[in-house]
Design a protein around this ligand. Sequence first.
Ligand code: ADP
Ligand code: MG
Length: 224
Amino acid sequence: MNGLELRLLDVTRTYQADELVVALDRADLVVPAGSCTALVGPSGSGKSTVLTLLAGLQRPDSGEVHVGDFAMHALPQRRLQALRAETVAAVLQVPGAGLLPWASARENLALVLRSAVCTRPGREPDELLSRLGLSSVAEIPVARLSGGEQQRVALATALVHRPAVLLLDEPTSQLDARSRGAALELLDEIRREEHATLVIATHDEEVAAVADAVVRVREGRLVA
Ligand code: ADP
Ligand code: MG
């Protein structure tokens, strides 16, 4: 499946902490199908909130969130879960989030491939692990891997079933120069050859450089 267009329409999302935090303030965003957008902005500006809304992991207070023809703000949980298994892959900011900690990298990838209803052939897990420099740790429970290794395993699980939409939250934050180069090369290839839609929250100018568009995030507002 080719990528899907992503849209936020007039989205507000607040959090009630000690005081009310306005994480997104009437934000609009269009990410064309098959393109790569980098979300760049200081910590606390709202980048992760954009990604979790697009992944259907939370809902807006007001406004609309669309992934292709799917109205994420209105779909029931069950449909959102199915969409995440098949179509929308998200790698969250916390290393290891979404991985089964007691299973190895290879087992984590196999599980994704088994549970996804793939609309096209998945990637070869061992080749993917090798490209990300993980061959030698592929059998070790991911809980015992370093933060950088877990970050690469999480990236691999997001890529293995070739989802139409990839949402990556600071995917290179824990990587050294070499792993970062390998990850970026892979992402660039996916963008050019597979036409997935990518949104990457990042502080990394090199990541922003592979994107088709950079959207600046400032205090809950998005500026193309
Ligand atoms: P970024 O990813 O750019 O660092 P976030 O989207 O994580 O920004 O957060 C935006 C704002 O919302 C910040 O002020 C953050 O502290 C606040 N925030 C995010 N998640 C929560 C939460 N679960 N509870 C309370 N405040 C939150
Ligand atoms: Mg964040």
